[in-house]
Design a protein around this ligand. Structure first.
Ligand code: RAM
Length: 552
């Protein structure tokens, strides 16, 4: 009897204790610090295998100065076959430029052997790898100190001590052209016996063929977009295989969209979503970028509020595409935290841009862009999308006030940013009119469709509007045009902007492209630009998703 009472008492105490703990957990701020290892583990499980392919140079080319060419240089094929390098002395030739035939990401190796006598001294080479012809004609030592690390520029000095020898250059490269210069030689002669580029990508499968009557320029844009995406699909969605070779939330979002309509390698998206969650800060804020090598590490201190809010949109798209509810449920608290945290920046329903001096708002590579209206619009859009995610997961009860936040934000935006008379959105103390302010107020459905068309027509016709600086921002412009029913303009814009890069010889699309300035780079030195950049691949998404607009 006594023992039964004791047992019951014990059970009651246990139940009370557990209930209290659960209540405590429910009330306490989201604490997923303990969950992060599990998320990294899941990211590891989804790590794709790299597919490797040996690429041999297809031609010997020469650089030709041409003021009509992109950055003043183009490559011209010579009549010499690559084989001459395997039979004729390199000591007398001293220099060559090889063309791999397309852009590749991977490792370069070469073999050399002495010809008749053993080489009596070390031989020294400089190898330069270039994505575009202009890079090969720049002196990388001119790179200003306030640019990014000079070491991103792909030149390597290699000393061969003995022959025969086989050398693989240690760093991973991204290029189409390889320049070899002989800097110091042995008294005796030597030749190359092999030149090889081992290309790597995790992109598997083939995207669907476009409809037969598709405009040839759109076909070309799609082909280059697919190539750009495949080059950036490594063991994460990289931003650029030359630079920075890492995962950023904003790039992930656009790459995942393009992948969902082409290669459909959804595991890579899952991996990246988990990696980012696994490296969030202790209280749950996402880092805008993370590293996967040597081990997984976040870039502490780089938190971009626009990027962290887009994470939820990316997860929603992933769920819609894959139906992988388990992943979406697992990561839902991350999305919830990003929104709740961003909400602490709201003052009278308007995002307080002054509250975050040391953090960036990305939006575009455009220094003079006033980001206030864009941020307000993006946040409204992201909360609405995140709420849709909550509904799909049956969690909307947890965030029941979000629809009201969205409504209040739209109302506040109209009062603060919308100039009804002129029909445009203005931003900042100087009432700046920019493309992006319109775009984000359209995507967030702050403007009605009629107002959206009026606003876009205004900026398209007004030369003083702050225009767009990167393909990343063009993506949102095209999306906004389609949303506003301006399908023809969207098509024209895609053909004009990306088609212009095609006409200028792009093998892959560039990080920053300004039709008015071929040398534009956010890093104060044009070779530092990444000429194969993830966020520039999104025509692929538009072309497949909106068939009626683009595949005719
Ligand atoms: C650069 C990268 C990347 C972008 C960030 C904000 O370093 O190119 O694509 O997302 O900046």
């Amino acid at each position: 009897m006594k023992s039964r009472v004791l047992k019951t008492l014990f059970a009651v105490v246990a139940v009370c204790f557990t209930t209290q703990l659960m209540a405590q957990n429910a009330e306490s701020p989201i604490r997923w610090a303990d969950k992060r290892d599990g998320w990294i583990q899941k990211a590891t499980e989804s790590k794709p295998e790299l597919i490797r392919q040996d690429i041999k140079p297809v031609a010997i080319v020469r650089s030709v100065a041409d003021k009509n060419a992109f950055q003043g240089w183009r490559m011209e094929r010579t009549n010499e076959p690559v084989d001459v390098l395997y039979t004729q002395s390199f000591k007398s030739r001293k220099e060559v430029i090889l063309d791999l035939g397309d852009h590749y990401t991977g490792y370069f190796s070469f073999k050399v052997k002495d010809m008749d006598m053993p080489t009596d001294a070390p031989v020294r080479f400089r190898f330069t790898f270039a994505e575009v012809p202009g890079e090969l004609n720049a002196n990388f030592d001119d790179c200003p100190a306030n640019s990014l690390s000079r070491a991103w520029l792909q030149d390597e000095i290699i000393t061969v001590m003995r022959m025969p020898s086989e050398v693989t250059i240690e760093r991973r490269l991204a290029c189409r052209y390889v320049k070899i210069e002989l800097l110091a030689q042995s008294y005796y002669d030597f030749v190359f016996t092999d030149l090889n580029f081992r290309a790597e990508t995790s992109a598997r499968g083939k995207a669907a063929e476009l409809a037969e009557g598709t405009d040839p320029m759109i076909k070309k844009i799609n082909e280059i977009g697919l190539k750009t995406l495949a080059e950036c699909m490594q063991t994460v969605y990289e931003d650029g295989p030359k630079r920075d070779q890492r995962l950023w939330i904003g790039d992930l979002y656009l790459e995942a969209l393009a992948n969902a309509y082409s290669y459909k390698n959804h595991d890579l998206t899952r991996r990246c979503l988990y990696l980012l969650a696994g490296m969030s800060s202790d209280d749950g804020f996402l880092r805008a970028t993370v590293y996967e090598h040597v081990t997984e590490r976040p870039k502490i201190g780089v938190n971009c509020m626009d990027y962290s809010l887009l994470y939820g949109v990316a997860l929603l798209e992933y769920l819609k595409e894959t139906g992988d509810r388990a992943t979406a449920e697992d990561l839902w608290p991350v999305v919830k935290y990003q929104v709740e945290f961003a909400r602490t920046y709201l003052k009278d329903n308007v995002y307080d841009v002054k509250k975050q001096p040391e953090w960036w708002l990305v939006f575009d590579w455009k220094d003079n862009l006033d980001r206030h209206a864009s941020m307000q619009g993006l946040m409204t859009f992201a909360i609405e999308q995140s709420y849709e995610l909550a509904k799909m997961l049956g969690c909307e009860g947890e965030v029941a006030d979000w629809p009201k936040v969205v409504k209040d934000m739209r109302k506040a935006s109209r009062a603060m940013f919308y100039d009804k008379k002129l029909g445009v959105v203005k931003s900042g103390p100087d009432a700046q009119i920019s493309y992006l302010s319109q775009v984000w107020m359209i995507l967030s459905e702050t403007l009605t469709q009629k107002e959206a068309v009026r606003a876009l027509e205004y900026v398209l016709a007004d030369d003083s509007t702050c225009y767009i600086g990167s393909p990343y921002a063009y993506h949102y412009l095209i999306e906004a045009m389609i949303k506003s029913g301006m399908e023809e303009r969207a098509r024209e814009m895609l053909i004009t902007y990306w088609g212009d890069m095609v006409n200028k010889g792009a093998d892959t699309f560039w990080e920053v492209y300004d039709p008015n300035d071929d040398y534009k780079s956010p890093y104060k030195y044009y070779p530092m630009n990444s000429y194969c950049h993830a966020w520039s691949c999104t025509p692929v998404y538009f072309i497949y998703k909106y068939k009626d607009i683009f595949q005719r």
